[in-house]
Design a protein around this ligand. Structure first.
Ligand SMILES: NC(=O)c1ccc[n+]([C@@H]2O[C@H](COP(=O)([O-])OP(=O)(O)OC[C@H]3O[C@@H](n4cnc5c(N)ncnc54)[C@H](O)[C@@H]3O)[C@@H](O)[C@H]2O)c1
Length: 136
């Protein structure tokens, strides 16, 4: 069974990866280290991406921006995941007030990109959204 975890280098996403890998799922992560741009330099998540590769030897990382609509369509069409856990987020309230369009594009439009790609190419795959503060 293939699980796609978006935001896989983040706090919640990385733990989701580890949890389901232990249950025998094949894990595909999606993250573009956006956190390094939003919260530089402390936000860099490459260490967590490396940690996943060490702890889950067959972990596959997809370096895709959730806002990249065609990239998300191509990924879901090619991957055909059995389930998706969507934790990609711009998670900061304070930052959201200073970058409203980026915040909306990641949290709302990014979620829509994923849902529409799933509807088109993997309609039986459930999508679980880690609840965001803006309820996307
Ligand atoms: N941390 C908590 O205690 C907590 C509790 C409840 C809910 N949540 C929710 O869970 C979700 C994840 O939270 P978190 O704490 O893991 O956040 P996080 O910032 O640690 O992880 C988010 C990940 O998404 C990636 N990302 C951001 N923008 C991206 C983009 N455009 N394309 C691809 N990847 C992108 C970041 O690089 C980062 O690795 C959020 O919706 C948050 O509101 C978190």
């Amino acid at each position: 069974m293939k699980l796609l975890v978006t935001g896989s280098s983040g706090l919640i996403g990385s733990e989701v990866c580890l949890h389901f890998a232990k249950q025998g799922w094949k894990i595909h992560g999606l993250d573009n280290n956006q956190r390094a741009i939003s919260f530089r330099p402390q936000g860099d998540t490459r260490w967590n991406q490396r940690r996943l590769k060490t702890l889950i030897p067959d972990f596959v990382h997809h370096e895709i921006d959730i806002r990249d609509r065609q990239g998300i369509l191509d990924l879901i069409e090619n991957l055909q995941p059995d389930a998706i856990v969507h934790t990609t987020a711009q998670p900061s309230h304070n930052l959201a007030a200073t970058i409203p369009f980026d915040d909306f594009d990641t949290n709302a439009v990014g979620t829509l990109n994923l849902l529409e790609a799933t509807r088109q190419f993997a309609p039986s795959s459930p999508v679980l959204r880690c609840r965001n503060y803006d309820s996307t």
